[in-house]
Design a protein around this ligand. Sequence first.
Ligand code: ADP
Length: 409
Amino acid sequence: MRVSELLKQIREPWLKRASHSLLRGEEGREALDHTLSRFYDLLLQAIATGDPGWLKPILVEWASLRTEDELLQDDLSLSPVMGALVTETLAVARQNLSPEETNELIEALMPIFTYSYTEIARQEIAVRVSYVTAKLVNVKDELERLDRSKSDFISVAAHELKTPLTLIEGYAAMLREQIKKEEETSPLVLMLRGVDNGTRRLGEIINDMIDVSLIDNDLLMLSFQPTWVNRVVELLVEELTPLAAERSQEFTITPFDGWQEMTYADTERIHQALRNVLTNAIKYTPDGGRIEIGGRKLPGFIEVTVADTGIGIDQEDQSVIFRKFGRLGAVATHSSGKTKFKGGGPGLGLPITKGILEAHGGTIWVESDGYDEAALPGSIFHVLLPLRGEPPDAKAARLFQPVHDTTEI
Ligand code: ADP
């Protein structure tokens, strides 16, 4: 108990020195003195019981009182405070006690100070981690809110644009009727063709905007029907061959084992997804290039690959292109058409394709050695689609099931 007595003996000078070492001016002195005297009392308890844990509540309290500015800084600012208290204890003991008493006191206080240092660092880190976590949650919420408002905007804009577009289409149709009756060779016919092309393209963009907002909001409805991927691809190649021919490009199909297998899928949506991949292959491949379609059967899946001899895609952009508006800055596009070389669109095609495939339980990814308009490394898009022997939707499944006797229930 001698150490407790020694500690009690130096209480007053310790409080004075510690207080002046930690605070220069007078503002806040009373509160500081109060907290230092609480610390000292707990120190006495720790010495008396041999349990440094007595100090924990005040250390936790100090760590939690840190300001936002302090939390943003990297250093642990309570450790210097603890350092100052240790130094002052040593100085006060030396001034007021004999060397033997000082040694005895310091020896007893050392484990308590070590505990305090460790605890203070632990508490500070815990407080900082929870502060940073809260900040991250805020940022995540904000990003989600922004993404939601972007998605809301797309949906509202698309629906608002649809009405005037229908009006333009209606009036264009009426004009076409008028012109037919008067004269077929009129320059107005040419102008009307321009209006038709413009409205068709605008309609496609609006439909893409609607699809993106359906996918964003998990509202894409699939109608599963027996689907033969080979037939969808062959149909698309037939449809796109004239466009590819304009660019002197050639399609080749290499059938593979499983190529002709039936699966349940939304045929129209799969057609749309593969159409996006194939028109991109035309768009991002210079005139005279090749587009090769192949694939393989995997356990439970069919994988279709579309390889082109085009400009390729940099490694770091290979995930960006599947995000909304993921057009690449490095690729200088122009909006002159769906299949013209680098005739860029709004950057919605691949996110829609990915959304459609994921809604089916499949996915899409790309492989490319990089973007190079001179060397033309090309890209290979991999489309993975589950092979389903029956539609996944329970209601639809019942419709396709053979009728059986239910009377025994
Ligand atoms: P966009 O309307 O711009 O074509 P997509 O979503 O279809 O939008 O494609 C996004 C971007 O991915 C394109 O702008 C292009 O930079 C890149 N890209 C897509 N397909 C290919 C390809 N086959 N070769 C090279 N780049 C491609």
